[in-house]
Design a protein around this ligand. Structure first.
Ligand code: ZN
Length: 204
């Protein structure tokens, strides 16, 4: 080859390489911890044979993400007792993008009903947690007929001690007849799980 041909070839190679797109980055993995409250000897709120621990476990098991980048971790996979400290130790080891802790409420007033979210003001993740609760609130309003009581603040252990954004969802009042019907109904449980599934599937 002539020297000029070599130079031209060399230049062509250099130029073509400069147009090669860098390999797209792998999409970020989103880690979510779903914490089904209570378990084992801790029944949570009870009404006859109906228990909070069972309702939240049933709904937790229905939560699935359609986004392959979302990894769901559960604090408990069966009916076992876990202390709050064991739950937050697990959470802080994983350091997920979000913790959702599922509970069922009770009131001395059997007319009190509805679904509410709790976030803690006592953490640096308050703002982020509140934003997430707002979005979840919207999803639940779209997918369920439950009365929505909005977002409240409370210094709950799991919210304060998790080193990541965390939201407690009180799915309804077991002490209210109408809420109770929702909470134990398989189809209504599917709708509640769907609200959470849709939200986490859209996380990035
Ligand atoms: Zn509870």
């Amino acid at each position: 080859m002539k020297n000029t041909t070599k130079v031209v070839l060399f230049l062509i190679i250099i130029i073509s390489f400069s147009f090669v797109n860098p390999k797209p980055l792998e999409p970020k993995k989103i880690n979510i911890v779903i914490d089904a409250g209570h378990g084992g000897n801790d029944f949570g709120v009870t009404s006859n044979s109906i228990t909070e621990k069972q309702i939240v476990e049933q709904i937790t098991n229905k939560i699935k993400s359609s986004n392959s980048n979302v990894v769901i971790h559960l604090t408990r996979y069966n009916d076992t007792f876990l202390s709050l400290e064991e739950r937050t130790d697990f959470i802080n080891t994983i350091k997920p993008d979000l913790v959702l802790s599922l509970h069922v409420n009770a009131s001395l007033n059997n007319k009190t009903s509805g679904l509410e979210f709790y976030v803690a003001k006592e953490t640096e993740f308050f703002k982020k947690s509140n934003e997430i609760a707002e979005k979840l609130n919207k999803k639940f309003s779209e997918n369920t007929n439950l009365k929505m009581l909005g977002i409240k603040t409370g210094p709950f252990y799991i919210l304060k001690k998790s080193d990541v954004p965390a939201v407690i969802i009180e799915l309804g009042y077991l002490t209210n007849e109408n809420d109770k019907k929702y909470l134990i109904d398989d189809n209504e449980q599917n709708k509640m799980a769907k609200s959470i599934s849709e939200f986490i599937s859209a996380m990035e």
